[in-house]
Each structure stands twice: as structure tokens, then as C-alpha cells.
Design a binder for this molecule. Structure first.
Ligand code: GLA
Length: 383
């Protein structure tokens, strides 16, 4: 059953909506090619939107209520836009809806009441930004159903604010930005300071291979927020606004005076930022052989300096790196579980999948799932 059919059926069943009055919106998940934990340091990232999406069906409500059914959870929520919107006491998915509804009106335009149904195929525990895709699809529904224009960057910032203020994750803007503004067959080189971006073409011969490690992402929020604080401490020590403004020389000059953990956190961010620019250049110039050392260095840096990988993830990356033909592989996303990414010629996908199936379970006792992804378009109305 297609996602669009699933949300249409649910919307009609729950709210007796006339099918002719339904509009559909969708937004993709993402995978990051390079640049982990650089976004909230005003740095660079290089993500792609992927061909897994959240789809929202919406119909006007003629009142001030948002009523929504989450098809995959078989749960509903309802709240009144004319009252102060508060977090849901038990349903965490509801807080993305409530958060977006509360954050968007801060721009001066309260959304109208509406009925909504949501479903998606972005794996929810794989670190592929299912929540950002939910926020961006909802944002389009809220704004477009209210007759308001959508600015992709502003929408991404609203999603980030929802996470920061409503969900409690002090994330950067990467996930929402790429979900809102991704381009088919391109990665986006995003400058998270001025929020400009440049599309970097990905040749159709290059496969974006995502392997979900099956490692449950534990303590993600607290560890994530702790990393962010450590980066701020490092920037303060170095006397810069953000780690984006520091380089390896400045850091080396201060090493003796720095807490060793803070020093290593800073070294990850500073070197990772440089790797993003080098990766974008290599991809744009078709220099695929440059990707291996860059991705390997990124993974080592996440493992040793930023300490966000796990033993099973390290094993998975090693398996992927050793498949003949693979350009490079690394963990991707916030860490402590989630997914790994490899770039390779398209015909190498089967080899990666076979190697993962053969060696990963044997080494770790876990099961991983491999996906062949395509760089896809960002959020919008489905026509
Ligand atoms: C999560 C956050 C992003 C980013 C990555 C790490 O996905 O939501 O803002 O910080 O982790 O690169």
C-alpha cells in the first residue's frame, strides 16, 4: 500500500473527510556524507535527502483544532490552536506536531485548524532523520493549507526550534535544512553560519549505501547535548565565536592549557570541517579515490576524539571499508548507534550487502539492514 493511499484512507476513516478536499505533502529523511557535529559549531555539512519520506494528508477543519492520526503508531492527538500549546504528556511523536504548530506562529501567521494523517517509510531508529522529515512535511501542510508561502530556510529553522524548545534536543540545523531543501541527484554543501548552500552533483554511477547498524541509539539526547556544551567550552577557551573560526594551529597552541577531553572534541570539529570542504571538492571534481581517506579519517575522529561511535558500529564500518570497490565508509549522523554510509560504484551495492550479512552478525550478534539510496528532492506538496 502506498504511503499516500495509507494516509488518505486513515484521514477518511478517522475524520470523515471528503477525498476531493485532501492535499498531500511529503519530506525526505537524510544521510550525511561528511560533517558530523559541525552544524551547531557554525560549520559545514554535506548531506543528501534520501528516497525515504514522511507523507502527510491534510484537509481544512473550519475550526481552531488540529486533529491528527499517526497511521504507523495507530494513535491520535488533538489540540486547540487558540490556546497555549503544551507538550503531550506521553506521546513523544505528538510533540513534533505541537512544537511545529507553536513555533510557526511565532512568524506572525497562526496555521488554520485542520485534520491530518501521517505515515512514513524513513526507518525510525536508524539515525536517518525521520523526525526532521516529519517536521518538514508538517510545516508544508500547516503553511500551505493556511495559504501561506513556504521559505525553506525559515521552515528548517522552525523545525530546529521545535527540537530545541519542545523536544529537548539541542540539535543543529542540518537535518531540517536538507529535508526542506534537498535536490535530486545532488548533495548540499551547507554553510551552517550564513545558511547558504551549494548543490554538489552525485553521479548516477555513484551509490549512496546506507547500512542501519541495528544498534539502538541509547542516551542520544544527553550525550548529544553534552557534546554541544563541550564544543562551546572549547570555543570559549580559544576565544572564538564558534569552532568554525578556529584552526589546527590555534588549537595546538592551546593544547597545554586545555582539558584533554575538550581539546579532542575541538580537534574533531576543526578537522571535520576541513574534511567537508575537501569531500565536496572531490565529489564535484569526480575524484572518487580521495573519498576513502577522508571518510576513514572522519570515522577515526568520531571514534577517538568525539567518542560517539560504538564497538559494533566500528566493526560495521570496517566491514564496509574492506569490500572491494568501495570508495569509503564511515558512521553517519549524531552517533551512539544509527547508520553507516558507504560511497561506491552502483554495482558494488550487492557486495556491500553480502559482506554485511556475512560478517556483521557473526562479529556482533546483531542484524544490519542495507539500503541503496538515491539523492532526492526536498519537502513539498505532492502534485
Ligand atoms: C543529529 C542532529 C544534527 C547534527 C548531527 C550530527 O542528526 O540533529 O543537527 O548535529 O546529529 O552531525
Amino acid at each position: 500500500m502506498s504511503l499516500q493511499y495509507a494516509v488518505q484512507t486513515a484521514l477518511r476513516a478517522h475524520f470523515a473527510v471528503n477525498p476531493a478536499a485532501i492535499q498531500y505533502f511529503s519530506a525526505p529523511g537524510r544521510v550525511n556524507l561528511m560533517g558530523e557535529h559541525t552544524d551547531y559549531n557554525d560549520g559545514f555539512v554535506l548531506p543528501v535527502a534520501i528516497n525515504f519520506r514522511t507523507v502527510v494528508a491534510a484537509a481544512a477543519g473550519h475550526d481552531t483544532l488540529i486533529r491528527i492520526v499517526a497511521v504507523d503508531k495507530n494513535q491520535t492527538d488533538e489540540f486547540d490552536l487558540s490556546r497555549t500549546i503544551t507538550p503531550h504528556p506521553t506521546q513523544s511523536w505528538s510533540n513534533y506536531v505541537r512544537g511545529m504548530a507553536r513555533v510557526l506562529p511565532a512568524d506572525g501567521h497562526p496555521p488554520a485548524g485542520m485534520r491530518l494523517a501521517v505515515s512514513g517509510d524513513v526507518p525510525t531508529s536508524g539515525g536517518l532523520s525521520s523526525s526532521a522529515s516529519f517536521e518538514m512535511a508538517l510545516g508544508h501542510a500547516f503553511l500551505q493549507m493556511s495559504g501561506l508561502p513556504v521559505d525553506g530556510v525559515a521552515l528548517a529553522l522552525s523545525g530546529q526550534k521545535t527540537e530545541n524548545d519542545f523536544v529537548g534536543v539541542q540539535c543543529g540545523v542540518m537535518d531540517q535544512f536538507i529535508s526542506a531543501l534537498g535536490q535530486k541527484d545532488h548533495a548540499l554543501l551547507i554553510d551552517c553560519r550564513d545558511l547558504s548552500s551549494r548543490p554538489i552533483p552525485i553521479s548516477p554511477q555513484t551509490a549512496v549505501i546506507v547500512v542501519d547498524s541495528g544498534v539502538q541509539r541509547g542516551l542520544v539526547d544527553s550525550e548529544y547535548n553534552a557534546r554541544r556544551q563541550q564544543c562551546e567550552a572549547a570555543a570559549a577557551h580559544l576565544g572564538v565565536k564558534a569552532l568554525r573560526d578556529a584552526d589546527e594551529k590555534m588549537l595546538a597552541a592551546q593544547q597545554h592549557a586545555m582539558n584533554p577531553v575538550i581539546y579532542r572534541r575541538a580537534r574533531h570539529v576543526i578537522t571535520e570541517n576541513a574534511r567537508v570542504l575537501q569531500t565536496a571538492k572531490a565529489l564535484a571534481g569526480g575524484d572518487m579515490q580521495a573519498l576513502g581517506p577522508l571518510m576513514a579519517a572522519s570515522h577515526r575522529s568520531m571514534r577517538n576524539d568525539f567518542e560517539i561511535t560504538t564497538p559494533a558500529i566500528d566493526t560495521l564500518v570496517e566491514i564496509m571499508q574492506n569490500v572491494p570497490g568501495v570508495y569509503g565508509a564511515r558512521m553517519t549522523g549524531g552517533g551512539f548507534g544509527g547508520s553507516c554510509i558507504a560511497l561506491a560504484p552502483v554495482d558494488i551495492f550487492a557486495g556491500v550487502k553480502a559482506a554485511v550479512d556475512k560478517f556483521y552478525t557473526r562479529a556482533t550478534g546483531r542484524r544490519a539492514t542495507a539500503y541503496l539510496c538515491r539523492a532526492s528532492a526536498g519537502a513539498g506538496k505532492i502534485r
